[in-house]
Design a protein around this ligand. Structure first.
Ligand code: UGA
Length: 446
């Protein structure tokens, strides 16, 4: 987009990796973009002071983890604001990019004042991100909307200038522009609101998406009880433009570093203001229950777990990422290990990260690929919606396992397709399809 960007982190190893050409996270398009701009448009440093001094806009993008009460822990935001305060050498716009509760903009202003920064020298603007891990680059360049929460025109104008190539559309005609939903004739939309409204737009959007997921999961549980099919139900609901098809995939519930903590933080904000918003608690409860229900499905398909060999396909909290934070897959694997099962786990990207949380042991092996994980398994569990897991060679899988049972927490297959390949197939929100005879046909077993 033509800007100069200085990325600051206090983690020296991370900065060194980035400077040396490494990319510490798994994110589509990021390696090529960094290779193209590293040392030109983008640089990495641990020196916050000189980066702030050289910049017109300072984006705060530090973590806001969940604290004990459910509230977001804002200590990293406060620390970085104190650091920024010492280096304000002219008018700067401080941009909240981290997900923060309403009124954080005021707190940031207060901290800057306390450090003696003149009110003339800064404005604080909220500019939430709506990027999904795995598709963050395309989500950024082709956004549904850009939200700017600014208290005055001066600061809103700087943000308009920053996003101008997307909002006026010139980016989309550039050679090498990444394709997506926006174009020069249909550029990105920018909405200017108050800082408070913008802060709430972020929390409310994430909570609403989490609500859609919990809603479809609850409907899925009902569907199972009455022999209906949640995939058909979601398709039928999603065709209504007012509902929309997105985020209606039933499964193991949402995980990751955003929805669980943001739903809790939003609930905390409402409580603090004396507003009854118990719906947010229900969203969370349904989400938790979803994992219990899946665990019970494994139990009822296998009867007992002690000594059973299970293939776990998936560790990441969703496909296309190596992130295992709050991953339903990890949670389920831990429970199965506690129940005495032996697990061979495979994930296309998240194995290294998973090893740090659940190290390999006599009970847990990290496999080379899907078929290695499935070798001699009593059942295969699909825990993450990687594309690779939706394209398994089912004949090869059947030849690898001990018993042909697939328990799919992500509904990646059609029940009939699995039956045709000789599998008992248990999924979410659909009737289970059991093979008439549970044993493996002799020819396949060989
Ligand atoms: C989410 C939001 O989608 C982004 O808009 C937001 O910017 C981001 O959080 C954030 O606050 O930083 P992300 O956590 O990367 O993005 O992942 P999603 O693609 O939203 O998926 C979240 C979880 O919901 C995953 O565990 C996924 O498997 C699950 N999910 C998603 C479902 O179970 N069903 C669905 O239909 C969709």
């Amino acid at each position: 987009m033509g800007h100069r960007v200085l990325c600051v982190d206090n983690d020296e190893a991370r900065v060194k990796t980035l400077r040396d050409g490494g990319v510490p996270i798994f994110e589509d398009h990021l390696p090529e973009l960094l290779a193209k701009h590293r040392g030109k448009g983008v640089d990495f440093t641990t020196d916050l002071g000189s980066a702030v001094e050289a910049s017109e806009a300072v984006f705060i993008a530090v973590g806001t983890p969940q604290g004990d009460t459910g509230a977001a822990d804002l200590s990293y935001v406060e620390a970085v604001v104190s650091g920024i305060a010492r280096h304000i050498n002219g008018y700067k716009v401080i941009v909240e990019k981290s997900t923060v509760p309403v009124y954080t903009n005021e707190w940031i202003s207060r901290v800057l004042h306390r450090h003696g920064v003149d009110a003339q020298h800064f404005d604080v603007v909220s500019n939430p991100e709506f990027l999904r891990e795995g598709t963050a680059i395309i989500d950024f360049l082709h956004p549904d909307r850009i939200v700017v929460g600014a208290g005055n025109e001066r600061s809103a104008d700087l943000l308009r200038r920053i996003y101008q190539p997307l909002v006026e559309g010139s980016y989309y005609n550039q050679p090498g522009a990444l394709p997506g939903a926006c174009s020069a004739s249909r550029p990105a939309k920018l909405l200017v609101t108050s800082a408070q409204s913008s802060e709430i737009i972020k929390h409310a959007s994430n909570a609403f998406l989490a609500l859609k997921i919990s809603f479809i999961n609850a409907v899925g549980n009902l569907a199972e009880a009455v022999d209906a099919d949640i995939e058909d139900i979601a398709a039928g609901m999603g065709l209504d433009r007012r509902i929309g098809p997105g985020f209606l995939r039933a499964g193991l519930g949402y995980g990751g570093s955003c929805f669980p903590k943001d739903v809790a933080a939003f609930h905390w904000v409402a409580q603090q203001r004396g507003v009854n918003f118990e719906l947010l608690q229900e969203i969370r409860k349904i989400n938790e229950t979803q994992k219990d229900i899946f665990f019970n499905k494994v139990l009822s398909a296998l009867w007992t777990l002690r000594g059973k060999r299970l293939a776990a396909l998936g560790l990441a909290f969703k496909g296309d990422t190596d992130d295992i934070r709050d991953s339903p897959a990890i949670d389920i694997i831990k429970r199965l290990l506690e129940a005495g099962a032996t697990i061979a786990a495979y994930d296309p990207a998240a194995i290294e990260r998973a090893k740090a949380t659940i190290p390999p042991s006599a009970k847990l092996r990290y496999a080379e690929d899907i078929y290695d994980a499935a070798k001699d398994a009593d059942a295969v569990l699909i825990l993450t919606d990687w594309k690779e897991f939706a394209e398994i060679d089912l004949a090869r899988l059947n030849a690898a396992v001990r018993f042909p049972i697939v328990i799919d927490g992500r509904n990646l297959y059609k029940p009939q397709q699995m039956l045709d390949h000789g599998f008992t197939y248990v999924s979410v929100g659909r009737p289970a399809s059991y093979l008439a005879q549970q044993g493996k046909p002799r020819s396949l077993a060989l």
